[in-house]
Design a protein around this ligand. Structure first.
Ligand SMILES: *Cc1c(COP(=O)(O)O)cnc(C)c1O
Length: 398
């Protein structure tokens, strides 16, 4: 393209002209999303402030009931964040120090942190290289007589293979805690045709309302889901200092409640969750289409038995290309992220487990190959075109 300014001729690449008129690309765009629902959100916040019921106000109960209805689960219990939700789940199941919890080596640290904090033993297993989710075959190999829990994480927005994990838990008398922090609203379809939402299949499900999650609030928040009413009662007590009656403490609890303001915000956003997840899927479809013939990358694998709500859109490249692609995007003002760069068994804090030299070939390979592209609900078409053009340009050049 040729620009003439004050009789001086500039030759400017077309892509940079497009960029000048394009909204800046970010991994998540919470501001544009807020702008679209600003009136409702502002009203919701103002009404909590006017009520001054900041802790355990009416919106907390209303949100819990509305989310329970949406998920098709008997009990939703709000709490302070998704990490606490996992900890409280394990406290609620009465696990004892030394009990083993089998979980994936390829996840966010929160999942294992709380296992360790409670004096339980995290037992890592490799994920499936395609779905990134915990491999049921590897889980079965890791079961010992100390195993009490299988803890699948529904990573990046797609459910782990609950069809295989559920009978495994039954066979060995184990609990299942599902970490659904990245999968609120994702659905799993069993072979018998029954459909369940992520987090409502095992004994307890947990989620996070961290702002960038698919259902995010405007601060910290989390929740637990269970169909077991007795367990739900106990969990309700644990989140509030183990209190059963005011100042009577039957359990050692924690202080981890969902703030009323966050609950009021979440009530507004829950109404849009399906449309948000649809918007993410549409972005993923556009990415997939653009990369269909690109040699050198694999688009995210889609399971037949789970919907994918694309908390992340995570590509795999050859190990030698990944960092160069990230750099190429960065130079072109496109952010990207590596979830997750270091397998958990290699993390410094977990060396006491003595598993640094154990072999987790899938996790190790994934940590060198994955790259997550920007993913949110507020893209302009030209942003997607620009991102895909830059990704493809990288692979044409090598
Ligand atoms: C975000 C996340 C958590 C923790 O949630 P917080 O609300 O940040 O404590 C736990 N597990 C997974 C898989 C997550 O992505």
């Amino acid at each position: 393209m040729i620009l003439i300014i004050e009789n001086i001729i500039f030759v400017v690449p077309l892509a940079s002209i497009i960029r000048t008129f394009m909204k800046e690309i970010s991994m998540v765009d919470l501001k544009s999303q807020y702008d679209r629902i600003k009136l409702e959100i502002d009203d919701a916040i103002r009404s909590v402030i006017n009520s001054t019921a900041f802790i355990r106000g009416k919106d907390v109960k209303l949100f819990e009931d509305e989310l329970a209805e949406y998920l098709g689960v008997r009990n939703v219990i709000g709490c302070g964040n998704g990490t606490d939700a996992l900890q409280i789940a394990m406290m609620g199941l009465g696990l004892k120090p030394g009990d083993e919890v089998i979980t994936t080596n390829f996840t966010f640290i929160a999942t294992v942190e709380v296992i360790a904090l409670l004096g339980l033993k995290p037992v890592f297993v490799d994920p499936d290289p395609n779905t990134f989710n915990i491999s049921p075959e590897e889980v079965e190999k890791a079961i010992t007589d100390k195993t009490k829990v299988i803890l699948p994480v529904h990573l990046f927005g797609q459910c782990a293979d609950m069809e295989k994990l559920t009978p495994l838990a039954k066979k060995y008398h184990l609990y299942i805690i599902e970490d659904a922090a990245q999968a609120t609203g994702s659905e799993f379809t069993f072979k018998d045709g029954s459909v369940k939402k992520a987090g409502t299949i095992g004994n307890i499900g947990t989620t996070s309302f961290f702002p960038s999650k698919n259902l995010g609030c405007y601060g910290d928040g989390g929740a637990l889901f269970t169909d077991d009413d007795e367990l739900a009662k106990q969990i309700r007590s644990i989140i509030n200092h183990g209190m059963t009656k005011k100042y009577y403490h039957d359990y050692i609890g924690v202080n981890s409640r969902l703030d009323t303001i966050q609950a009021a915000i979440l009530r507004v956003k829950l109404k849009y969750l399906d449309s948000y997840n649809d918007a993410r899927r549409a972005v993923a479809d556009a990415y997939n289409k653009a990369f269909m013939f690109t040699r050198g990358i694999s688009s995210p694998y889609r399971c037949d038995n789970s919907t994918h709500i694309f908390h992340q859109y995570t590509l795999k490249t050859e190990p030698e290309d990944r960092d160069a692609l990230k750099e190429h995007l960065s130079v072109n003002s496109i952010p990207s992220m590596i979830y997750y760069p270091v397998p958990l068994h290699k993390q410094k804090a977990y060396q006491y487990l003595g598993c640094a030299d154990d072999k987790f070939p899938v996790t190790e390979e994934l940590s060198k190959r994955v790259l997550s592209l920007p993913m949110h609900t507020e893209f302009e078409d030209q942003q997607i075109d620009y991102i895909t053009e830059k990704v493809n340009e990288f692979f044409e050049e090598i």
